[in-house]
Design a protein. Structure first.
Ligand SMILES: [Zn+2]
Length: 263
């Protein structure tokens, strides 16, 4: 049986599921942006939804033999099975608005989009490819931060990705960072905030430490909308907030501007 109706968790309205799908997974009633997968994201952005994937053969290993409530190696296998993805980021190349571009899209359904060694390596390689091929770079972040099961190895990815972006910058190539709900921790503290343009989707949670930790540390109540995209824009932390439906057109305009290219 196919499920035709669903309830929006934000506005509580019962909605026809196809209406949400037709609306790029944004609630037609309250504008709530539902989380989408990396592949759905890439399909929405590229011309005719066409692109090629690369670096698919880089697979994660359990270097620390880490066990929390379960062995890390088991979690990896389970997430690979569940998502049909080798890791929490997909590297891709294609055209948007006729402009060739490299896009890395993170996937929250793979271990909360956490950044382990492979995520860092794939993003670094994608940036290096953009530098070598003189292409603009886009990263779509959706991540809970560094992957605790890889300890310091995952923290090193912050430096590695940032260094690669510095070289892209030296080559005078554009980098646009798109922050989606949620973008927190080590990703915010590295490549997600290093764009020539840092833009977020409507109402995305963007921060380093979570609100609960901050409240406990400073012993103060946080203002309404704290760490949400519109709040961060108002406080100078972002360059813009864009609705999902406007994102593709927005990216094309920014790329044309930065590349001095005209339609
Ligand atoms: Zn809604």
């Amino acid at each position: 049986m196919t499920i035709l109706w669903t309830r929006c968790n934000n506005c509580q309205k019962i909605l026809y599921k196809q209406d949400i799908l037709d609306n790029q997974n944004v609630c037609p009633s309250c504008r709530f942006h539902f989380r989408i997968s990396s592949l759905e994201r890439l399909g929405l952005l590229y011309d005719e939804g066409r692109y090629e994937r690369f670096d698919e053969g880089i697979l994660p290993v359990d270097a620390l033999q880490f066990v929390d409530s379960r062995p890390y190696s088991e979690r990896l296998e389970e997430n690979q099975r569940k998502t049909h993805l080798p890791e929490a980021v997909v590297s891709s190349k294609g055209q948007i608005g006729g402009i060739e571009v490299i896009i890395c899209a993170m996937d929250f359904s793979f271990m909360g989009g956490s950044m382990g060694s492979v995520v860092g390596e794939k993003i670094t390689r994608a940036i290096e490819r953009a530098t070598a091929e003189k292409l603009p770079m886009i990263v779509i972040s959706c991540s809970g931060g560094a992957r605790m099961q890889e300890g310091a190895l995952s923290l090193m990815q912050m430096a590695k990705t940032s260094a690669a972006l510095a070289r892209l910058d030296e080559a005078r190539l554009p980098y646009i960072s798109v922050l989606t709900d949620p973008t927190t921790g080590g990703t915010t503290a590295s490549y997600s905030m290093l764009g020539d343009f840092n833009i977020a989707e409507h109402n995305a949670l963007v921060g380093f430490a979570g609100p609960r930790v901050i409240e406990q540390t400073i012993r103060e109540k946080l203002p309404k909308g704290f760490q949400r995209a519109e709040f961060l824009l108002a406080h100078g932390m972002l360059d813009d907030v864009v609705d999902r439906k406007a994102l593709r057109g927005y990216l094309i305009r920014v790329l044309r501007l930065l590349l001095n290219r005209h339609p």
